[in-house]
Write a protein that binds this ligand. Structure first.
Ligand SMILES: [Mn+2]
Length: 322
């Protein structure tokens, strides 16, 4: 499957003039790593990729060169090839759904269980830990993986597995991570940057979220209002790690973190030790994976959104136990 997919991707890239690469909006390490690795692949084939990617923090600056991001008029683009990464549906693409729809050949590489196979060519494997794990296989069939690509791919695998801790980590994941380590990457430094180095504002907003945490039955949850986030000078990109921390609270079998993105718009992330939170997120137009998912609720306050998702999660957990 991968071999033929890689072969077609290579042929299409070589024959293309305009190649666009993008991932889901509000990129995480996997979206960012897979996009940058794909861009490096396209460059290694002698082409100049057009990359759409936004990430505000400086966490991934060791691989993320912002000068390579497209800043021209996207409406004038008529791509021959579009490579969508780590994205369950075109609607979730980084504000380039229109560009995607206009593209002649669409590639879809992803591991979200909610992926609806929207590409002309789909390499979608929900059992994979990350899109970067899949990209390792795809790139391996096309070109040698250099040190930079290895840093990108390792980053995505590391972030989506929570440092090789989540149940999505397979023995294949570890084999691939080992292969990537053999490219001479500084894996200790990557681990440190990805999980431990925080700005002071990120540390303070994390503390606020933990102080707000509550345990209701076996659900640990916390929320942050826009005022609380702004009061410590934090940005939305600095809110990761909070929901995982909540899942570590004794007695919790699932965790929810909600934050107010703007008035009456609440972003919500779920983690669980077994309950299908993808199902819960789907009820609100979101999605993700069985044990990690997210959604956005609009038209209601942060408090109302909190009550709404907690109720839905409780129902799903009770049904799951039956
Ligand atoms: Mn991913």
């Amino acid at each position: 499957m991968t071999d033929s997919f890689s072969k077609i991707l290579k042929e299409k890239i070589q024959a293309a003039e305009t190649i666009v690469i993008s991932a889901h909006a509000k990129a995480d390490g996997d979206a960012l790593g897979s996009t940058l690795a794909a861009a490096a692949l396209v460059e290694s084939l002698g082409k100049k990729p057009i990359v759409f990617l936004t990430f505000k923090g400086d966490k991934f600056d060791y691989i993320f060169d912002r000068s390579k991001i497209f800043s021209g008029d996207k409406d004038s683009l008529d791509p021959d090839v579009f490579i969508a990464l780590d994205c369950g549906s075109p609607k979730r693409l980084e504000d380039v759904e229109g560009v995607f729809e206009r593209s002649t050949t669409k590639f879809n590489i992803d591991h979200h269980i909610s992926n609806n196979l929207f590409g002309d060519y789909n390499y979608v494997e929900p059992s994979a830990s990350s899109t970067c794990e899949l990209m390792y296989e795809v790139i391996s069939g096309i070109a040698p993986i250099d040190r930079y690509m290895a840093e990108c791919l390792y980053t995505g695998i590391l972030t989506d597995t929570g440092g090789f801790r989540h149940s999505c980590t397979g023995n294949k994941t570890m084999r691939i991570a080992g292969e990537l380590m053999s490219r001479g990457i500084d894996f200790s430094e990557i681990q440190q940057r990805v999980f431990h180095r925080r700005s002071m504002s990120a540390a303070k907003v994390f503390a606020k979220a933990v102080l707000n945490a509550k345990l209701k039955g076996n659900i640990a949850y916390t929320k942050l209002s826009l005022i609380e986030i702004r009061s410590v000078g934090a940005i939305f990109e600095e809110l990761d790690g909070i929901v995982e921390y909540c899942l570590g609270i004794k007695g919790a079998k699932a965790a929810v973190f909600l934050y107010e993105k703007e008035k009456n718009v609440t972003k919500c992330s779920f983690r669980s030790m077994g309950a299908d939170v993808n199902k819960v997120a789907s009820l609100f137009g979101g999605g993700g994976h069985e044990r990690a998912a997210g959604c956005t609720l609009e038209g209601m306050s942060l408090d109302k959104a909190t009550d709404t998702v907690l109720e839905a999660l409780k129902v799903e957990m009770e049904n799951g136990e039956k």
